[in-house]
Write a protein that binds this ligand. Structure first.
Ligand SMILES: Nc1ncnc2c1ncn2[C@@H]1O[C@H](COP(=O)(O)OP(=O)(O)O)[C@@H](O)[C@H]1O
Ligand SMILES: [Mg+2]
Length: 252
């Protein structure tokens, strides 16, 4: 399984939305995809059609000493999906302590999952710094840092870079701009300075600001199903094609 971590140093940049819609895009192209919610906010399921009252998930089962693989769901688009689960504070502390004791907990557990090869796992995380994003980076064959073209994301670029460098993943890390809006001058200026810092690690596949993204969430549908001809759906097709090429290069 080719494992991809989606991380960011800033909140609200679209990690969860991109994880969900990228997973649906890949599944609609008949690729085996596992979407993993590794964020205690437990929101990825909302983007994949999971009922809001559903509490089950990999972390909830782990702290209950239950079979966590059985917490998997399938979305309407054919995405295999592991929610985080809805934990109370004591359970969250227990799960955090387990992660603290074993920095490779996620890597070891993902390796136990059998999906038809070649499968891609997309791991959603809370913003850095966190135990969860650290585990996802350690588990990943490829890391995608999601950024918006604004001053706070630019200011936080070194934080994301240090994290992946410390984990020995700098050469496996790429940066994706979300909320792109070429009509805004500031946007273009910030992308230009980011490109000076990141070179071709900054992917040319921007995901544009597109109301179809929050609308699809509000309609409880995937972007590919709700607005297949929208700009953001088109952008995600490009990102999916690029990702499949990276997965194909990767030794099995
Ligand atoms: N390209 C986009 N265009 C418009 N809205 C977007 C886009 N990407 C994400 N959003 C919206 O932005 C909000 C934050 O996205 P989310 O995925 O929750 O961010 P994160 O997981 O990084 O905190 C959500 O309401 C989401 O629907
Ligand atoms: Mg999120």
């Amino acid at each position: 399984m080719f494992k991809v971590a989606l991380i960011s140093a800033n909140g609200g940049v679209g990690k969860t939305a991109i994880t969900a819609h990228l997973a649906c895009t890949l599944a609609r192209r008949d690729h085996a995809v596992l979407a993993v919610d590794f964020d205690p906010n437990n929101l990825l399921g909302l983007h994949l059609g999971l009922a809001p009252r559903e509490r089950d998930g990999l972390a909830l089962r782990t702290v209950s000493n239950d079979h966590w693989q059985d917490a998997a769901f399938s979305s309407d688009d054919g995405v295999h999906f592991l929610p985080f689960g809805d934990l109370d504070e004591a359970q969250r502390a227990d799960f955090g302590a387990r992660l603290g004791r074993n920095p490779d907990w996620l890597l070891q557990h993902l390796d136990d999952i059998a999906l038809p090869s070649p499968a891609i796992a997309l791991i959603d995380t809370p913003r850095l710094p966190s135990l969860y994003s650290q585990q996802a980076v350690r588990a990943a064959d490829l890391v995608i840092v999601v950024v918006a073209a604004d001053a706070s994301c630019y200011a936080k670029l070194p934080a994301a870079r240090n994290k992946v460098t410390l984990a020995g993943k700098a050469d496996a890390t790429y940066y994706v701009v979300n909320f792109a809006d070429a009509a805004r001058r500031l946007h273009n200026d910030i992308i230009a300075v980011m490109r000076l810092d990141l070179g071709n690690r900054l992917l040319p596949y921007y995901i544009h600001h597109d109301e179809a993204v929050p609308e699809s969430l509000a309609s409880n549908r995937s972007l590919a199903g709700y607005a297949p001809h929208s700009q953001a759906a088109h952008d995600l097709q490009g990102l999916a094609t690029w990702l499949l090429a990276r997965a194909a290069e990767h030794p099995a």
